[in-house]
Design a protein around this ligand. Structure first.
Ligand code: 4AD
Ligand code: MG
Length: 482
């Protein structure tokens, strides 16, 4: 007999038919009612065992977390809480679960404890919901780009370039750590390394995506990226997944429109397709909010927050305008910011980003035209803008409530001379990026793209508090468990 998935049974309710289900015991009440979950849905199937028909030894093995198989007839349920239930005829224990040793308990356990037990946390209601939603969002992203004629490009994981010029990379090498080969001047000789040069894990697929866009027109990457920044925050990972579309002939405004459409599409997709899982996470968030002081609680529930973003236009303003708002803001005047906002030209801290989004505009915000000095070399140089103290670039960052920066992107510098000048100013070796510069030498064109941090999106949609809880096995300073 073929196994049925609980999701299908609950949707189709094939009453009076014979079904076989397998799954994990969530609860066992009155030696009679098993709440069974097989991961196909947030909901459990009620499996009813007639204790007179099964021996005590078998019944005694039906413990929280045990894996069982049950065959029987699906009937309309007499009890409250479910429409159908399984009247069990054959019951088999597939895997025992000793409650004295099992780390999970049928009660609320802290996110920190569950993170230490990340190999088992999929089995909790919260985490199974998070990972089903993560899947749905990944699918929605591919669907969004596919429906718009984008080509999914796989850019390399191992690379010799540092796309962001940020220098926070993990080295990849097969050289001996104890006794690496040396050059005559005593430096490590990477010519003898596996690739004949020094290599690292990629921080971004953008530069390679640009190469694709200048032939295929519209491409996107969706892959793992790695940053060795020592950021122990609730929004940074050392290994995270990034989506990077890159489009020929797009300018900064097209780029913002694309990012806004994409975010709205995937959030709506989750609202439409993940209602059950969102309900679990909404209840979790509401409980968590109750533990906060009244004035720090969110006014919106999780689904209200998602609808709010999907239904409202994002506010667009320049970095220079944002600095003015921040400089004149109450928290700045009262010295409440940890980093006071003084002059034009410094990078915004997440407290500033969150002030703009959560307090000032109460809407997602797109900041544009940042000072060139705080952005990457490849961003397109703006013509001098009136009333702006220094050179700017056609950059855009999208800021979300509770998250801060969720997207970073720009129009790219397509003019060869301008690009080379900027690289020289920033000490970026031209020889190593000859292939990037070739696109500007041969048939260059205006183009633009951005990077969406996938875990930051999942964090926003699930309403979880820590980015370490929306990726299965998080990597962060001091932790590479599992
Ligand atoms: O702003 P970033 O550094 O931009 C780039 O890497 C560009 N090459 C993107 C492009 O234009 N194609 O990173 C993009 C996004 C951020 O907005 C953020 O959402 C996410 O990636 N991100 C991180 N997410 C988790 N952990 C980290 N350490 C992250 N660093 C960036
Ligand atoms: Mg950024």
């Amino acid at each position: 007999m073929q196994r049925s998935k609980i999701a299908d049974i609950l949707r189709e309710e094939p009453v009076n038919s014979e079904v076989l289900v397998k799954g994990w015991v969530k609860a066992f009440r009155n030696n009679q009612f098993i709440a069974l979950n097989d991961g196909s849905t947030a909901s459990n199937l009620q499996v009813v065992v007639d204790f007179e028909r099964f021996d005590a030894a078998t019944l005694d093995r039906i413990k929280f977390g045990a894996c069982i198989s049950a065959t029987g007839t699906l009937v309309e349920s007499q009890g409250k809480g479910q429409k159908v239930e399984l009247k069990t005829e054959v019951l088999e224990i597939l895997g025992d679960c000793n409650p004295d040793e099992y780390p999970l308990q049928p009660k609320k356990q802290s996110p920190e404890f569950l993170r230490e037990n990340a190999h088992l946390r999929f089995r909790t209601n919260t985490f199974s919901a998070v990972f089903r939603i993560r899947h749905a969002l990944a699918y929605a992203i591919h669907k969004f780009f596919n429906d718009r004629g984008f080509c999914y490009l796989h850019t390399p994981i191992i690379t010799a370039s540092d796309a962001e010029g940020a220098g926070e990379m993990f080295r990849v090498t097969t050289l001996s750590m104890e006794n690496p080969p040396r050059t005559e001047s005593g430096e490590i000789n990477f010519k003898e390394d596996f690739f004949g040069k020094s290599t690292n894990l990629t921080v971004s697929g953008q530069l390679e995506a640009e190469l694709g866009a200048l032939a295929l027109g519209a491409v996107y990457t969706f892959g793992p990226t790695f940053r060795a920044e020592n950021s122990n925050t609730t929004r940074h990972l050392a290994e995270f997944w990034m989506i990077e579309p890159e489009v020929a002939f797009n300018d900064l405004r097209d780029n913002m429109d694309l990012a806004e459409d994409m975010l709205r599409y995937v959030i709506n997709y989750a609202l439409e397709h993940c209602a059950d899982d969102l309900k679990i996470l909404e209840d979790r968030l509401t409980e968590e909010e109750k533990t906060k002081p009244q004035d720090q609680r969110s006014e919106l529930s999780l689904t209200e927050k998602l609808k709010f973003v999907s239904e409202n236009e994002f506010i667009r303003l320049t970095y220079t305008e944002a600095i003015d708002i921040l400089r004149n803001s109450n928290p700045n005047k009262k010295g409440k910011f940890q980093f006071p906002v003084e002059g034009w030209g410094t990078d915004l801290q997440s407290e500033h980003e969150r002030y703009l989004v959560e307090k000032h505009f109460k809407k997602p915000v797109i900041l544009t035209n940042y000072p060139a000095a705080i952005k990457a070399f490849y961003m397109r140089q703006d013509e001098p803008l009136e009333g702006v103290p220094g050179p700017t670039v056609s950059a855009m960052d999208i800021l979300f409530p509770g998250i801060g920066e969720i997207v970073g992107g720009s129009q790219r510098e397509e003019r060869y001379d301008r690009l080379v000048n900027r690289m020289r100013e920033m000490h970026i070796p031209e020889e190593e990026l000859y292939w990037y510069l070739d696109t500007r030498r041969f048939g260059t064109c205006p183009h633009a793209g951005f990077g969406l941090g996938f875990e930051r999106l999942v964090l926003f949609v699930t309403g979880m508090t820590n980015i370490r809880d929306v990726i299965a096995f998080p990597r962060y300073p001091g932790s590479a468990e599992f």
